[in-house]
Ligand binder design. Structure first.
Ligand code: RP5
Length: 163
C-alpha cells in the first residue's frame, strides 16, 4: 500500500454504505482532519482487506473507521490484523434495521478491541468525532478545533421551546 498523509481511513463493505459513512467524512471535514475512503469487503474482497489492514500502520494511518451492514465482520477482522484503533459503524440493514450489524460488531470476544458506535448516520458522525479526539491527544491545534466545534454545537441548542 502506498504511503498516505491522511491520518484516518474510512473503510466500508460496499459502496451502498457510503451514504452512512459519509457522516464520518463530514465530521472530519468540519475539523480539518484528512481521510481516505475505500470500499473493502471482508467477504467479497478478503485479500484487499488483509493487505489494507496489514499495511495501514506503515502507510501512515492512525485511526481506522470501518462500517458494514448485516453480518458485519469487517471491523473485527480489520482490528485483528492491525494495532491501530478501529471504530466500527453498524450500517442500518434492510432485513433487521441494523441490529444484526450492531451485534456483529459490538460482541467482540475479549482480546481484540473494536470501538463500536451507534447504528447508522449518528454512529458514523460520532466515529469521525471520536477519531478526531484520538488524534487530538497528540495534536493541540486539533484539540482546540474540537473545543470550538463543541462550543458551537452547544450554542446551537436554544433554551426556549418556541422561536
Ligand atoms: C455488507 O453488505 C455491506 O457492508 C453492506 O452494508 C451490505 C449490503 O451490500 P450491497 O449488497 O449493497 O453491496 O457487506
Amino acid at each position: 500500500m502506498s504511503a498516505t498523509s491522511a491520518p484516518v481511513a474510512i473503510i466500508m463493505g460496499s459502496r451502498s454504505d457510503w451514504p452512512t459513512l459519509k457522516g464520518a467524512a463530514e465530521s472530519l471535514d468540519a475539523l480539518g482532519v484528512a481521510y481516505e475512503a475505500k470500499v473493502i469487503s471482508a467477504h467479497r474482497t478478503p485479500d484487499r482487506m488483509y493487505a489494507f489492514a496489514k499495511g495501514a500502520k506503515a502507510a501512515g494511518f492512525k485511526v481506522i473507521i470501518a462500517g458494514a451492514g448485516g453480518a458485519a465482520h469487517l471491523p473485527g477482522m480489520t482490528a485483528s490484523l492491525t494495532e491501530l484503533p478501529v471504530l466500527g459503524v453498524p450500517v442500518q440493514s434492510k432485513a433487521l434495521s441494523g441490529l444484526d450489524s450492531l451485534l456483529s460488531i459490538v460482541q467482540m470476544p475479549a482480546g481484540i478491541a473494536v470501538g463500536t458506535m451507534a447504528i447508522g448516520e449518528a454512529g458514523a458522525k460520532n466515529a469521525g468525532l471520536m477519531a478526531a479526539q484520538i488524534l487530538a491527544l497528540s495534536d493541540p491545534a486539533l484539540a482546540q478545533r474540537l473545543a470550538d466545534h463543541r462550543a458551537r454545537h452547544s450554542q446551537a441548542v436554544s433554551e426556549t421551546v418556541e422561536d
